[in-house]
Design a protein around this ligand. Structure first.
Ligand code: 4NP
Length: 158
């Protein structure tokens, strides 16, 4: 089993969207038995809350239901569980370096490194912007998800 954790700041916009998009992709391609996924935030502002309504709506427009997800904070123990811990931006990445022990740092990466056609390294925080920001976030997440799944399939011989 390969385990992937998506991480953003609040766990109500970007990382639950990534969890929903990536789950649909592995369902569509038949890898549900091989890959387990979760998401978390580096801050506790929105623990226990469902995803932001704009994130829910944008995902819903693409046939993805993230309404059942609930915010949680990243735990130091997540380092023992997950093989890939993928940050949406550099700030989350730096926070993960502080939360995880040094010998687990090689698991931490930037999610956008898996997007083929992108020069952007970060999925921008859409929380304080308009609805259009969520569409852009979804486009970026869909692209990185395809690259990530291809990477996992190759590396783990799935
Ligand atoms: P996320 O977006 O990190 O993509 O879930 C945010 C959600 C909430 C806040 C910031 C970003 N906030 O400041 O409450």
């Amino acid at each position: 089993m390969v385990r992937v954790l998506f991480v953003c700041l609040g766990n109500i916009c970007r990382s639950p969207t990534a969890e929903g998009v990536f789950r649909k992709l592995i369902q569509d391609q038949g890898y549900e038995a091989d890959i387990e996924i979760d998401s978390a935030g580096t801050h506790a502002y929105h623990v226990g809350e469902p995803p932001d309504s704009r994130a829910q709506q944008t995902a819903h427009q693409r046939g993805i239901d993230i309404s059942q997800l609930r915010g949680r904070k990243v735990l130091a123990g997540d380092a023992n569980v997950f093989d890939y811990v993928l940050a949406m931006d550099h700030e989350n990445y730096q926070n993960l370096l502080r939360i995880f022990p040094q010998h687990e740092h090689q698991k931490i990466g930037l999610f956008m490194q898996y997007a083929n056609q992108r020069v952007e390294q970060e999925v921008p925080d859409p929380y304080f912007g308009g609805a259009g920001g969520f569409d852009r976030v979804l486009d970026m997440i869909e692209e990185a998800s395809i690259g990530l799944l291809n990477n996992i399939k190759q590396r783990h011989k799935l």
